[in-house]
Design a protein around this ligand. Structure first.
Ligand code: PMP
Length: 283
């Protein structure tokens, strides 16, 4: 039976009960993180935990214990569940209270839950995927990793139903990011990606990719791409914690480059894989 994190305790499935009045359930009033585990080691844990506390602060929510303790708890959860390859999910809601929109009183404490999921470690996926562009109808605080994912869910479903792997979100023709990923185009050897702002999540994988770019002397322009320009990119790829770097072969049915991962994407995938805690086999 799996072990779960519930506030400051470790509990089994049958010991968990979450109130129907939890504000995460009513309002999506909470924040979350997903952290990869490679060879039993958390990857970029400090960055993810820092972002969790930043997201919480941005929604004016104070977590009952600090980042250091959170890291220890997450590490223990990974150990208790014997996770070698997989991820940890952790979320914090504002707590359980009768349903009114305004914050509950001071006596209501956040509810923290966490679980682990095991799956095989793979190196960056070389098999390219396709995207469908979808209007980005999310709110103006996409920098917060909030539980409110309805617009992301709707966009992903629209892409998925048409056989695509991910939705390429754009605001009136300006590309922002994916429904659960950051997006990068390559034109004439230069990478283009949306700058860090309130319109995108500052992805941890994005940050690792930027580090790789510095190490490889790979030029990057952090400016929004126009949707009409992405079709003419030489290469395109997306990044996320769960999937690392994923090459894109076509957007809206239009082939990118020759439809295969290009040299810039390949070099970044190799550089990214070298940063992982354990060597992983190519897919
Ligand atoms: N943007 C959105 C909207 C996401 O949900 C995610 C996945 N968490 C990302 C970008 C990628 O972020 P990260 O690399 O930290 O997983």
């Amino acid at each position: 039976m799996s072990t779960y994190l519930l506030n400051d305790r470790f509990v089994k499935d049958d010991e968990i009960s979450i109130s129907i009045e939890d504000r995460g359930y009513y309002f999506g009033d909470g924040v979350y993180e997903v952290i990869r585990v490679y060879g039993g080691t958390l990857f970029t844990a400090e960055e993810h935990i820092a972002r969790l506390y930043e997201s919480a602060a941005k929604i004016r929510m104070q977590l009952p214990y600090g980042e250091e303790e959170m890291k220890h708890k997450i590490e223990q959860l990974v150990r208790d569940n014997g996770i070698d390859e997989g991820h940890v999910y952790v979320q914090a809601t504002r707590g359980a209270a009768p349903r009114v929109h305004q914050f509950p009183g001071e006596d209501i404490v956040p509810v923290i839950t966490g679980y682990t999921k095991a799956y095989p470690a793979t190196a960056s996926q070389h098999e390219p995927v396709t995207l469908k562009s979808v209007e980005d109808i999310r709110w103006m605080r996409c920098d917060i990793k909030s539980l409110n994912l309805l617009a992301n869910v709707m966009a992903k479903q629209e892409a998925y139903e048409e056989g695509h792997y991910e939705a390429l979100l754009h605001r009136s023709g300006t590309v922002t990011e994916g429904s659960s990923s950051n997006m990068f185009g390559v034109k004439d050897g230069v990478i283009h990606t949306h700058p860090v702002s309130n319109f995108i999540l500052n992805g941890i994988t994005r940050r690792v990719v930027m580090e790789c770019c510095t190490e490889l002397d790979q030029p990057v322009i952090e400016e929004p791409m126009a949707l009409e320009d992405v079709y003419n990119m030489d290469e395109f790829f997306m990044t996320s914690t769960t999937n690392g770097i994923v090459p894109v072969s076509a957007i809206d049915g239009k082939q990118i480059g020759d439809g295969r991962p290009g040299p810039v994407t390949e070099a970044l995938m190799a550089a990214f894989d070298r940063k992982l805690p354990v060597p992983v086999e190519s897919k």
